[in-house]
Design a protein around this ligand. Structure first.
Ligand code: ZN
Ligand code: ZN
Length: 161
């Protein structure tokens, strides 16, 4: 069985001074060896938690953990870096009868909180790989608080030995 590490970087188009934080939950698509299905949505509820493979009634858990989350404030963006350590061995997808593969690029969603520069209210929003872009998020006061112009995500998978 192979051990792999999936690295996901998300560079949010946010001024660091308006950034409040990132929610613990990360949703991401990965092949799950446990239930032998490709492209499952795996939910991590925090650092060092096992992934929850969805739908839950079809799988009793993803064989991997979210092992690290790092937040880097740059001059005009905020970068969030995740590491997921997981076990994987190619399999034949049970439903589609296709060989599984590790994602070269992927799908992810994260939730973050920022502060409106106009009314100072905090708001939690999410961004994900596959939404129609550009997509602006507005505060209740009408101010645009987040401009989602291109996917902020970047993915990389490496095998460990
Ligand atoms: Zn599963
Ligand atoms: Zn506002």
């Amino acid at each position: 069985m192979g051990k792999y590490q999936y690295r996901v970087n998300c560079e949010l188009n946010i001024n660091p001074k308006d950034f409040v934080g990132v929610r613990d939950v990360l949703e991401i698509s990965l092949p799950c060896m446990n239930c032998q299905r490709n492209d499952r949505t795996i939910i991590f509820e925090g650092i060092n938690t096992e992934g929850i493979c969805t739908p839950r009634e079809k799988c009793d858990g993803f064989p991997g953990k979210l092992t690290s989350r790092e937040i880097i404030k740059k001059s005009d963006t905020v970068e969030v870096k995740y590491l997921i350590d997981f076990e994987y061995e190619p399999f034949i997808d049970k439903k589609y009868n296709l060989k599984s593969s590790l994602p070269e690029f992927g799908w992810a969603r994260l939730y973050f909180t920022l502060k409106c520069t106009n009314c100072q209210k905090e708001r939690t929003i999410s961004t994900q790989e596959n939404i129609g872009r550009p997509c602006n998020e507005r505060c209740g006061c009408g101010n645009i608080i987040y401009k989602d112009e291109e996917s902020p995500f970047d993915y990389e998978v490496n095998e460990f030995n």
